[in-house]
Design a protein around this ligand. Sequence first.
Ligand code: 5GP
Ligand code: ZN
Length: 115
Amino acid sequence: MGDCIFCRIARGEIPCSKVYEDDEVLAFHDINPVAPVHFMLVPKLHLASLLDAGEEHAPLLGKMLLLAPKLAQEQGLENGFRTVINTGKGGGQEVLHLHIHIIGGGSIPPMVRRG
Ligand code: 5GP
Ligand code: ZN
C-alpha cells in the first residue's frame, strides 16, 4: 500500500524507533506513548485490520502473538503488559494497518471502568 504510514515505516521511508525487525514483522515505539513503554508490532504485509485477516494469515498472527511477550520482556516489562488491537471504526482504529499495541510500565488502570 503506497501511502499507508506503517507500510512506509516498514519500507524505511519514514523513520521509527525500532524495537525488532525480521522479514515478516516490525516493532517500533509509538510516537505518542500512553505509558512508559508503548510500542507496536506490525506485519510488513499490509492488512488493514483483523477484519481483513483470513485463515492464510494464521501463522503470521500466531507468530506476532508469540513474539509480543518476548519483545515486552526485552523492553523491561517482566511483570506483564497490555496488548491492544483496535479494529475498524467501531474499535477506534486510527491507522488502517493491523498493529498490536504493547503497553506497560508505570500503573496500568483497568481497561474498562464499570459503573
Ligand atoms: P490505533 O488508534 O490505530 O490503534 O493506533 C495508531 C497508533 O499509531 C497511535 O498510538 C499513534 O500514536 C501511532 N502513530 C501514528 N503515526 C505514527 C508514526 O508516524 N510513527 C509512530 N511511531 N507511531 C505513529
Ligand atoms: Zn500498510
